[in-house]
Design a binder for this molecule. Structure first.
Ligand code: NIG
Ligand code: FE
Length: 419
Protein backbone atom coordinates (compact mmCIF):
# COMPACT_ATOMS: atom_id res chain seq x y z
CA UNK A 1 0.00 0.00 0.00
CA UNK A 2 1.46 3.37 -1.08
CA UNK A 3 0.06 6.53 0.45
CA UNK A 4 0.40 10.01 -0.99
CA UNK A 5 0.45 12.84 1.56
CA UNK A 6 -0.02 16.02 -0.39
CA UNK A 7 -0.62 19.74 0.06
CA UNK A 8 2.16 19.95 2.70
CA UNK A 9 2.88 23.67 3.07
CA UNK A 10 6.37 23.12 4.44
CA UNK A 11 8.11 19.74 4.44
CA UNK A 12 11.25 19.42 6.58
CA UNK A 13 13.29 16.60 5.00
CA UNK A 14 16.64 17.13 6.79
CA UNK A 15 18.21 16.36 3.40
CA UNK A 16 19.82 19.56 2.06
CA UNK A 17 19.95 17.97 -1.40
CA UNK A 18 16.15 17.98 -1.50
CA UNK A 19 15.35 21.55 -0.50
CA UNK A 20 16.28 24.82 1.19
CA UNK A 21 18.87 25.15 3.91
CA UNK A 22 20.17 22.57 6.37
CA UNK A 23 16.63 21.31 6.98
CA UNK A 24 16.14 20.66 3.25
CA UNK A 25 12.75 22.36 3.27
CA UNK A 26 10.43 21.69 0.34
CA UNK A 27 7.40 23.99 0.03
CA UNK A 28 4.03 22.94 -1.40
CA UNK A 29 5.33 19.42 -1.14
CA UNK A 30 4.08 15.87 -1.33
CA UNK A 31 5.52 12.60 -0.10
CA UNK A 32 4.68 9.00 -1.00
CA UNK A 33 5.21 6.44 1.73
CA UNK A 34 5.02 2.69 2.12
CA UNK A 35 7.07 1.22 4.97
CA UNK A 36 9.74 3.57 3.70
CA UNK A 37 9.71 6.89 1.91
CA UNK A 38 9.19 6.20 -1.79
CA UNK A 39 8.97 9.64 -3.37
CA UNK A 40 9.35 13.31 -2.34
CA UNK A 41 8.84 16.46 -4.38
CA UNK A 42 6.49 19.22 -5.45
CA UNK A 43 2.82 18.47 -4.85
CA UNK A 44 2.14 19.42 -8.47
CA UNK A 45 4.43 16.61 -9.67
CA UNK A 46 3.29 13.89 -7.28
CA UNK A 47 2.60 10.42 -8.66
CA UNK A 48 -0.63 8.55 -7.97
CA UNK A 49 -0.81 6.20 -4.96
CA UNK A 50 -3.30 3.81 -3.40
CA UNK A 51 -4.47 6.36 -0.87
CA UNK A 52 -4.30 10.16 -0.62
CA UNK A 53 -4.11 12.33 2.47
CA UNK A 54 -4.52 16.11 2.26
CA UNK A 55 -2.31 17.98 4.76
CA UNK A 56 -4.28 21.19 4.18
CA UNK A 57 -1.13 23.29 3.87
CA UNK A 58 0.30 22.26 7.25
CA UNK A 59 3.96 21.61 8.05
CA UNK A 60 5.39 18.10 8.15
CA UNK A 61 8.69 16.88 9.53
CA UNK A 62 10.39 13.62 10.51
CA UNK A 63 9.21 11.95 13.70
CA UNK A 64 11.30 12.94 16.70
CA UNK A 65 14.13 10.58 17.64
CA UNK A 66 14.39 10.70 21.44
CA UNK A 67 17.79 9.13 21.99
CA UNK A 68 17.84 9.19 25.81
CA UNK A 69 15.16 8.04 28.26
CA UNK A 70 14.81 6.00 31.44
CA UNK A 71 11.23 4.72 31.19
CA UNK A 72 11.39 1.47 33.16
CA UNK A 73 10.58 2.55 36.70
CA UNK A 74 7.82 2.65 39.30
CA UNK A 75 6.63 5.48 41.53
CA UNK A 76 7.52 9.13 41.22
CA UNK A 77 9.62 11.72 43.05
CA UNK A 78 7.34 14.73 43.02
CA UNK A 79 8.31 15.61 46.60
CA UNK A 80 11.98 15.63 45.63
CA UNK A 81 11.13 17.99 42.75
CA UNK A 82 9.24 20.28 45.10
CA UNK A 83 12.19 20.34 47.50
CA UNK A 84 14.50 21.30 44.65
CA UNK A 85 12.22 24.14 43.68
CA UNK A 86 12.64 25.32 47.27
CA UNK A 87 16.41 25.33 46.92
CA UNK A 88 17.61 21.75 47.48
CA UNK A 89 20.34 20.71 45.01
CA UNK A 90 20.05 17.69 42.68
CA UNK A 91 22.66 15.04 43.46
CA UNK A 92 21.33 11.88 41.84
CA UNK A 93 20.87 10.38 45.31
CA UNK A 94 17.13 9.94 44.67
CA UNK A 95 17.91 7.26 42.08
CA UNK A 96 17.97 4.76 44.96
CA UNK A 97 14.38 5.69 45.90
CA UNK A 98 13.26 4.76 42.41
CA UNK A 99 15.32 1.56 42.53
CA UNK A 100 13.38 0.42 45.62
CA UNK A 101 10.02 1.20 43.99
CA UNK A 102 11.03 -0.47 40.73
CA UNK A 103 12.19 -3.67 42.41
CA UNK A 104 8.89 -3.86 44.31
CA UNK A 105 6.78 -3.51 41.15
CA UNK A 106 5.40 -6.39 39.09
CA UNK A 107 6.35 -6.89 35.45
CA UNK A 108 2.89 -5.73 34.40
CA UNK A 109 3.14 -2.56 36.47
CA UNK A 110 6.47 -1.71 34.87
CA UNK A 111 5.14 -2.58 31.41
CA UNK A 112 2.09 -0.36 31.91
CA UNK A 113 4.28 2.55 32.97
CA UNK A 114 6.49 2.21 29.90
CA UNK A 115 3.41 1.96 27.65
CA UNK A 116 1.96 5.10 29.23
CA UNK A 117 5.13 7.11 28.66
CA UNK A 118 5.79 5.77 25.17
CA UNK A 119 2.20 6.72 24.33
CA UNK A 120 2.69 10.23 25.69
CA UNK A 121 5.83 10.59 23.59
CA UNK A 122 4.18 9.21 20.47
CA UNK A 123 1.30 11.67 20.68
CA UNK A 124 3.91 14.43 20.78
CA UNK A 125 5.62 13.24 17.61
CA UNK A 126 8.25 10.80 18.88
CA UNK A 127 8.54 7.80 16.56
CA UNK A 128 11.75 6.34 18.02
CA UNK A 129 12.66 6.30 21.71
CA UNK A 130 15.76 4.84 23.30
CA UNK A 131 15.03 3.24 26.69
CA UNK A 132 17.59 2.50 29.41
CA UNK A 133 17.55 0.18 32.39
CA UNK A 134 19.22 1.46 35.56
CA UNK A 135 16.55 1.28 38.26
CA UNK A 136 17.03 -2.45 38.91
CA UNK A 137 20.72 -2.65 39.85
CA UNK A 138 20.64 -6.38 40.49
CA UNK A 139 21.12 -9.02 37.82
CA UNK A 140 17.47 -10.09 37.86
CA UNK A 141 16.04 -6.57 38.06
CA UNK A 142 18.25 -5.15 35.32
CA UNK A 143 17.53 -8.08 33.01
CA UNK A 144 13.79 -7.75 33.58
CA UNK A 145 13.91 -3.99 32.95
CA UNK A 146 15.64 -4.57 29.63
CA UNK A 147 13.30 -7.39 28.66
CA UNK A 148 10.35 -5.04 29.20
CA UNK A 149 12.08 -2.13 27.42
CA UNK A 150 12.74 -4.39 24.42
CA UNK A 151 8.99 -4.92 24.07
CA UNK A 152 8.75 -1.24 23.10
CA UNK A 153 11.98 -0.31 21.36
CA UNK A 154 14.98 -1.74 19.53
CA UNK A 155 17.08 1.05 21.00
CA UNK A 156 17.55 -0.50 24.42
CA UNK A 157 20.44 0.41 26.70
CA UNK A 158 22.01 -1.53 29.56
CA UNK A 159 22.66 0.94 32.41
CA UNK A 160 23.54 -1.42 35.27
CA UNK A 161 26.17 1.22 36.10
CA UNK A 162 23.67 3.94 37.01
CA UNK A 163 24.69 4.19 40.67
CA UNK A 164 26.13 1.70 43.13
CA UNK A 165 23.21 0.16 45.02
CA UNK A 166 23.31 0.23 48.83
CA UNK A 167 22.88 -3.57 48.93
CA UNK A 168 25.33 -4.37 46.12
CA UNK A 169 28.64 -6.24 46.50
CA UNK A 170 31.76 -4.20 47.42
CA UNK A 171 33.04 -4.68 43.88
CA UNK A 172 29.80 -3.74 42.14
CA UNK A 173 31.64 -2.99 38.87
CA UNK A 174 32.67 -6.66 38.62
CA UNK A 175 29.02 -7.66 38.89
CA UNK A 176 28.05 -5.10 36.21
CA UNK A 177 30.79 -6.41 33.91
CA UNK A 178 30.22 -10.08 34.65
CA UNK A 179 27.05 -11.93 35.55
CA UNK A 180 24.76 -8.90 35.11
CA UNK A 181 26.13 -8.07 31.65
CA UNK A 182 25.74 -11.69 30.53
CA UNK A 183 22.09 -11.67 31.63
CA UNK A 184 21.37 -8.25 30.07
CA UNK A 185 23.27 -8.21 26.77
CA UNK A 186 20.71 -10.36 24.89
CA UNK A 187 18.06 -7.64 25.37
CA UNK A 188 20.19 -4.56 24.69
CA UNK A 189 21.88 -2.82 21.79
CA UNK A 190 23.79 -0.27 23.90
CA UNK A 191 25.83 -0.03 27.10
CA UNK A 192 25.84 3.18 29.16
CA UNK A 193 27.40 4.36 32.43
CA UNK A 194 26.78 7.37 34.70
CA UNK A 195 30.32 8.78 34.76
CA UNK A 196 30.09 11.27 37.61
CA UNK A 197 31.38 12.04 41.06
CA UNK A 198 29.38 9.84 43.43
CA UNK A 199 28.50 7.35 40.66
CA UNK A 200 31.31 5.81 38.55
CA UNK A 201 34.74 7.37 38.02
CA UNK A 202 36.51 7.43 34.66
CA UNK A 203 38.45 4.24 35.25
CA UNK A 204 35.32 2.34 36.32
CA UNK A 205 33.35 3.82 33.45
CA UNK A 206 35.99 2.76 30.94
CA UNK A 207 35.89 -0.80 32.25
CA UNK A 208 32.06 -0.91 32.10
CA UNK A 209 31.95 0.35 28.52
CA UNK A 210 34.78 -1.93 27.40
CA UNK A 211 33.11 -4.97 28.94
CA UNK A 212 29.88 -4.03 27.16
CA UNK A 213 31.70 -3.60 23.86
CA UNK A 214 33.33 -7.02 24.32
CA UNK A 215 29.83 -8.47 24.81
CA UNK A 216 28.67 -6.97 21.50
CA UNK A 217 27.03 -3.78 22.80
CA UNK A 218 27.75 -0.27 21.52
CA UNK A 219 28.84 2.45 23.94
CA UNK A 220 27.15 5.70 25.02
CA UNK A 221 27.69 7.61 28.25
CA UNK A 222 26.22 10.02 30.80
CA UNK A 223 29.04 12.58 30.84
CA UNK A 224 29.76 15.92 32.50
CA UNK A 225 26.25 16.36 33.91
CA UNK A 226 27.01 17.66 37.39
CA UNK A 227 30.76 18.26 37.28
CA UNK A 228 33.53 18.77 34.72
CA UNK A 229 34.90 15.23 34.87
CA UNK A 230 36.56 13.05 32.24
CA UNK A 231 33.40 11.54 30.76
CA UNK A 232 33.47 13.41 27.46
CA UNK A 233 37.12 12.52 26.82
CA UNK A 234 36.31 8.88 27.56
CA UNK A 235 33.37 9.06 25.15
CA UNK A 236 35.65 10.24 22.35
CA UNK A 237 38.37 7.73 23.26
CA UNK A 238 35.91 4.83 22.94
CA UNK A 239 34.01 6.26 19.93
CA UNK A 240 30.78 6.41 21.92
CA UNK A 241 27.83 7.20 19.66
CA UNK A 242 26.85 9.92 22.11
CA UNK A 243 28.01 11.80 25.19
CA UNK A 244 24.87 12.80 27.05
CA UNK A 245 24.26 15.89 29.21
CA UNK A 246 27.53 17.79 28.42
CA UNK A 247 26.51 20.49 30.89
CA UNK A 248 30.02 21.24 32.22
CA UNK A 249 32.57 21.25 29.39
CA UNK A 250 36.17 22.44 29.14
CA UNK A 251 37.48 23.89 25.88
CA UNK A 252 39.31 20.59 25.35
CA UNK A 253 36.00 18.70 25.74
CA UNK A 254 34.32 20.89 23.13
CA UNK A 255 37.24 20.46 20.73
CA UNK A 256 37.32 16.70 21.28
CA UNK A 257 33.60 16.41 20.49
CA UNK A 258 33.95 18.62 17.42
CA UNK A 259 36.77 16.43 16.07
CA UNK A 260 34.90 13.16 16.67
CA UNK A 261 31.86 11.18 15.55
CA UNK A 262 30.48 11.36 19.09
CA UNK A 263 27.25 13.35 19.26
CA UNK A 264 26.76 15.81 22.13
CA UNK A 265 23.26 14.98 23.35
CA UNK A 266 21.78 17.82 25.37
CA UNK A 267 18.93 17.16 27.80
CA UNK A 268 17.36 20.49 28.73
CA UNK A 269 14.57 18.83 30.69
CA UNK A 270 17.19 17.87 33.28
CA UNK A 271 18.46 21.41 33.77
CA UNK A 272 14.89 22.71 33.80
CA UNK A 273 13.80 20.23 36.49
CA UNK A 274 16.92 20.55 38.59
CA UNK A 275 17.09 24.35 38.17
CA UNK A 276 20.64 24.10 36.86
CA UNK A 277 22.46 26.14 34.22
CA UNK A 278 21.75 24.88 30.71
CA UNK A 279 24.51 23.35 28.57
CA UNK A 280 26.13 25.77 26.15
CA UNK A 281 24.67 24.55 22.87
CA UNK A 282 25.94 27.60 20.97
CA UNK A 283 29.54 26.88 21.94
CA UNK A 284 29.23 23.26 20.76
CA UNK A 285 27.53 24.19 17.48
CA UNK A 286 29.97 27.00 16.73
CA UNK A 287 32.88 24.61 17.31
CA UNK A 288 31.39 22.17 14.81
CA UNK A 289 30.11 19.45 17.16
CA UNK A 290 27.00 17.47 16.25
CA UNK A 291 24.24 18.23 18.75
CA UNK A 292 21.18 16.13 19.57
CA UNK A 293 18.29 17.00 21.87
CA UNK A 294 16.55 14.32 23.96
CA UNK A 295 14.17 14.25 26.92
CA UNK A 296 16.08 12.13 29.49
CA UNK A 297 12.55 11.20 30.62
CA UNK A 298 12.89 9.78 34.17
CA UNK A 299 11.11 10.32 37.49
CA UNK A 300 14.02 12.18 39.09
CA UNK A 301 15.83 14.75 37.02
CA UNK A 302 13.51 15.22 34.01
CA UNK A 303 9.97 13.91 34.11
CA UNK A 304 8.93 14.99 30.65
CA UNK A 305 8.33 12.91 27.52
CA UNK A 306 7.98 16.01 25.34
CA UNK A 307 10.48 16.66 22.57
CA UNK A 308 8.64 19.89 21.63
CA UNK A 309 9.24 21.10 25.18
CA UNK A 310 12.97 20.37 24.80
CA UNK A 311 13.02 22.23 21.49
CA UNK A 312 11.32 25.26 23.01
CA UNK A 313 13.76 25.41 25.94
CA UNK A 314 16.78 24.87 23.68
CA UNK A 315 15.68 27.80 21.52
CA UNK A 316 14.68 30.12 24.34
CA UNK A 317 17.49 29.42 26.79
CA UNK A 318 20.30 27.59 24.99
CA UNK A 319 20.65 29.91 22.01
CA UNK A 320 19.82 27.30 19.41
CA UNK A 321 17.92 28.56 16.40
CA UNK A 322 14.53 26.90 15.84
CA UNK A 323 15.97 25.10 12.82
CA UNK A 324 18.99 23.84 14.76
CA UNK A 325 16.73 22.58 17.54
CA UNK A 326 14.36 20.77 15.18
CA UNK A 327 17.34 19.18 13.40
CA UNK A 328 18.84 18.13 16.75
CA UNK A 329 15.55 16.51 17.83
CA UNK A 330 15.26 14.50 14.61
CA UNK A 331 18.45 13.97 12.58
CA UNK A 332 20.63 14.66 15.62
CA UNK A 333 18.88 11.94 17.62
CA UNK A 334 19.27 9.55 14.70
CA UNK A 335 23.03 10.24 14.63
CA UNK A 336 23.21 9.71 18.39
CA UNK A 337 21.73 6.25 17.79
CA UNK A 338 23.78 5.67 14.61
CA UNK A 339 20.59 5.09 12.68
CA UNK A 340 21.01 6.68 9.23
CA UNK A 341 17.56 5.38 8.24
CA UNK A 342 15.88 7.65 10.82
CA UNK A 343 15.52 11.40 11.36
CA UNK A 344 15.23 12.40 7.74
CA UNK A 345 12.72 12.08 4.96
CA UNK A 346 14.48 11.01 1.79
CA UNK A 347 13.80 8.09 -0.52
CA UNK A 348 14.57 4.85 1.33
CA UNK A 349 14.38 6.35 4.84
CA UNK A 350 11.88 5.07 7.39
CA UNK A 351 8.39 6.48 6.77
CA UNK A 352 8.28 8.07 10.23
CA UNK A 353 6.81 11.56 10.12
CA UNK A 354 4.43 13.98 11.74
CA UNK A 355 2.04 16.65 10.55
CA UNK A 356 1.69 19.74 12.67
CA UNK A 357 -1.33 21.87 13.30
CA UNK A 358 0.88 24.79 12.22
CA UNK A 359 2.28 26.18 8.98
CA UNK A 360 5.96 25.87 9.92
CA UNK A 361 8.43 23.99 12.11
CA UNK A 362 9.17 27.39 13.71
CA UNK A 363 5.93 27.04 15.66
CA UNK A 364 7.40 24.17 17.73
CA UNK A 365 9.44 26.76 19.64
CA UNK A 366 7.21 29.76 18.99
CA UNK A 367 4.16 28.10 20.58
CA UNK A 368 5.62 26.43 23.70
CA UNK A 369 3.52 23.84 25.53
CA UNK A 370 0.85 23.81 22.80
CA UNK A 371 0.28 20.27 21.50
CA UNK A 372 0.89 20.97 17.81
CA UNK A 373 1.51 17.42 16.63
CA UNK A 374 -1.59 16.59 14.66
CA UNK A 375 -0.88 13.22 13.10
CA UNK A 376 1.97 10.76 13.54
CA UNK A 377 2.92 8.18 10.90
CA UNK A 378 5.30 5.36 11.77
CA UNK A 379 6.46 2.88 9.13
CA UNK A 380 3.79 4.26 6.84
CA UNK A 381 0.91 3.75 9.28
CA UNK A 382 -0.91 6.36 11.33
CA UNK A 383 -0.15 5.67 14.98
CA UNK A 384 -1.60 8.83 16.53
CA UNK A 385 -4.17 11.45 15.60
CA UNK A 386 -4.83 14.50 17.75
CA UNK A 387 -6.89 17.69 17.63
CA UNK A 388 -9.40 16.14 15.26
CA UNK A 389 -12.00 18.70 16.28
CA UNK A 390 -9.96 21.32 14.41
CA UNK A 391 -9.12 19.20 11.43
CA UNK A 392 -12.13 17.19 10.36
CA UNK A 393 -11.60 13.53 9.55
CA UNK A 394 -13.05 13.79 6.06
CA UNK A 395 -10.21 16.06 5.02
CA UNK A 396 -7.50 13.63 6.09
CA UNK A 397 -8.03 10.72 3.86
CA UNK A 398 -10.10 9.15 1.13
CA UNK A 399 -10.59 5.46 0.56
CA UNK A 400 -9.63 2.55 2.75
CA UNK A 401 -6.04 1.83 3.63
CA UNK A 402 -3.47 1.94 6.38
CA UNK A 403 -4.03 5.60 7.13
CA UNK A 404 -7.74 5.14 7.63
CA UNK A 405 -7.43 1.84 9.42
CA UNK A 406 -4.89 3.33 11.76
CA UNK A 407 -4.00 1.20 14.70
CA UNK A 408 -4.70 2.91 17.99
CA UNK A 409 -2.07 0.98 19.88
CA UNK A 410 0.40 3.16 21.62
CA UNK A 411 3.50 1.05 21.71
CA UNK A 412 6.19 1.58 19.13
CA UNK A 413 6.50 -1.80 17.43
CA UNK A 414 10.20 -1.67 16.59
CA UNK A 415 11.47 -4.82 15.00
CA UNK A 416 14.30 -6.04 12.87
CA UNK A 417 17.10 -3.59 13.58
CA UNK A 418 20.49 -5.27 13.48
CA UNK A 419 22.49 -5.22 16.71
O1 NIG B 1 20.20 11.20 33.24
N1 NIG B 1 22.21 11.14 35.66
C1 NIG B 1 21.80 10.04 35.87
N2 NIG B 1 20.60 9.55 35.54
C2 NIG B 1 19.45 10.32 35.25
C3 NIG B 1 18.75 10.74 36.50
C4 NIG B 1 18.09 9.64 37.15
C5 NIG B 1 17.32 9.99 38.38
O2 NIG B 1 17.54 11.04 39.04
O3 NIG B 1 16.46 9.16 38.71
C6 NIG B 1 19.76 11.48 34.36
O4 NIG B 1 19.55 12.65 34.67
FE1 FE C 1 19.85 10.01 31.78
Amino acid sequence: MRVLITNIGELVTNDPALGEGPLGIVRDAAIVVGDRVEWIGAASAAPAADERLDALGAAALPGFVDSHSHLVFAGDRAAEFAARMSGEPYTGGGIRTTVAATRAATDDQLRANVARLVGEALRQGTTTIEIKSGYGLSTADEARSLRIAAEFSDEVTYLGAHVKPADGPPDYVSLVNGEMLAACAPYARWVDVFCERGAFDVEESRSVLKAGIAAGLRPRIHANQLTMGGGVQLAVELDCASADHCTHLSDADVDALADSDTVATLLPGAEFSTRSPYPDARRLLDAGATVALATDCNPGSSYTSSMPFCIAVAVRDMKMSPSEAVWAATAGGARALRRPDLGQLSVGAAADLQLLDAPSHLHLAYRPAVPLTRLVVRKGTVVSRQRDEQWPDHSLSVGAGPLLNASSKLELPHKGVPK
